[in-house]
Design a protein around this ligand. Structure first.
Ligand SMILES: Cc1ncc(COP(=O)(O)O)c(C=O)c1O
Length: 388
């Protein structure tokens, strides 16, 4: 006999609890990137993706307020109906320029940008070749596209070549990788990915959610870092991390931007990005350019966190990005470590299955340029007492 809905829900929640995979929400009452207040207690947080501390920057907040006054709270409809605002076009032109591309399209979230682009590019009969550690939004997009999915070993170019050979019989092939990996914080060799794809007649796409504003001399991302701007066919990113707002984007050729308007269901059937979020992202890009010292301070803090993690024996090698994961392993153990650090007044979020593989849970430190020396010392103390 089948279960009732409430039996089903109870069973799934019990399974999650018993395997250390239960998720809970923590209501943040007061929030200032590096300092948060939860249930009346203050914590130092290493959990936000606001790496450059722009969410509360006066110019970003003012731009959001002005757009709210000018356009109202929402875009009112899909871009293709009547929600296509001049501020969307301003941001798209700005983002295209930032990424060295002809054009860009903004989506309501980064998750939707991946869904929207991948499903517009490949379908049944095609192949998508994806790094094994790619973000769930890429995994979901690949599944939704109904293309054949071939997964290559993380950052392994020999494995990518093998999969490209295997996919030879498919109509079109798309290679996709994150440039900065959202949990491991490592960087894909995007120049080699682009070249391998081209050699095999495949298209290439990178997800720059955690690279935009962060890596490369001017924060333009992995192509700038590897000195290969324009090498990849499609560049995806979010406005929700270093850009400190909300939304996602796809940058590429003018024709690609035109195709997305015509065939990307996530673009067509979703309300245009909120005007305040759009204007905030535009202002954040301006601040990034005007205040490069934010990136310099960020990497000084990353160096300090790397030093403490290596000295405490929690990492073998320093991370090259503001994402510094500490691998724990079993889910229950990682949860206990998270709670112990929390008890010291510090938040370092725990990443568990399905975000990472089963039994490979970790604590992920996200560093911001806004972390002060005393906040970094607090992290060092908490890690030392809880983990070493
Ligand atoms: C690599 C990667 N891609 C896509 C996304 C989705 O972005 P958004 O939060 O804007 O939906 C995220 C965010 O978690 C991410 O880390």
């Amino acid at each position: 006999m089948s279960e009732t809905l409430s039996q089903y829900i109870r069973r799934r929640l019990t399974e999650a609890r018993e395997s250390g995979l239960q998720r809970t929400l923590r209501v943040v009452e007061d929030f200032n990137n590096a300092e948060v207040s939860i249930a009346g207690r203050r914590y130092t947080s290493f959990a936000s993706n606001d790496y450059l501390g722009l969410a509360r920057h006066p110019s970003v907040a003012a731009a959001a307020r002005d757009a709210l006054e000018k356009y109202g709270a929402g875009a009112g409809s899909s871009r293709l109906v009547i929600g296509d605002l001049s501020v969307h076009h301003e941001l798209e032109a700005r983002m295209a320029h930032f990424k060295g591309r002809e054009a860009a399209r903004v989506f309501a979230t980064g998750y939707l940008a991946n869904i929207g682009a991948i499903c517009a590019l490949v379908g049944p009969g095609d192949a998508v070749i994806s790094d094994e550690k790619n973000h769930s939004s890429i995994v979901d997009a690949c599944r939704l596209s109904r293309a054949e999915i071939l997964v290559y070993r993380h950052l392994d170019m020999d494995s990518l070549r093998e999969k490209l050979e295997q996919a030879k019989g498919c109509a079109n092939m798309l290679v996709i990788t994150e440039s900065v990996f959202s949990v491991d914080g490592d960087i894909a060799p995007v120049d080699q990915v682009a070249e391998l794809a081209r050699e095999h007649g495949a298209w290439s796409m990178i997800d720059e959610a955690h690279a935009t504003g962060i890596i490369g001399e001017n924060g333009r991302g992995a192509e700038e870092l590897f000195n290969c701007t324009g090498a990849l066919d499609v560049v995806m990113g979010t406005l929700s991390k270093a850009v400190a707002s909300q939304g996602g984007f796809i940058a590429g050729s003018r024709q690609l931007a035109e195709l997305l308007i015509n065939t990307s269901r996530a673009f067509i059937y979703s309300t245009g990005l909120a005007p305040a979020a759009t204007a905030a992202a535009l202002a954040a890009l301006d601040v990034m350019e005007r205040e490069p010292e934010r990136r310099r301070r960020l990497f000084e803090n990353v160096a300090r966190v790397n030093e403490m993690a290596v000295n405490l024996g929690l990492r073998k090698k320093p991370s090259q990005t503001p994402i510094v994961p500490l691998t724990i392993g079993p889910e229950e153990e990682a949860l206990r470590a998270f709670e112990a650090i929390l008890d010291k007044g510090v938040i370092v979020p725990v990443m568990r299955y399905p975000t990472v593989a089963k039994g490979r849970a970790c604590l992920r430190i996200s560093v911001s340029c806004e972390h002060s020396a005393s906040q970094l010392n607090r992290l060092a103390e908490a890690l030392k007492e809880a983990l070493s």
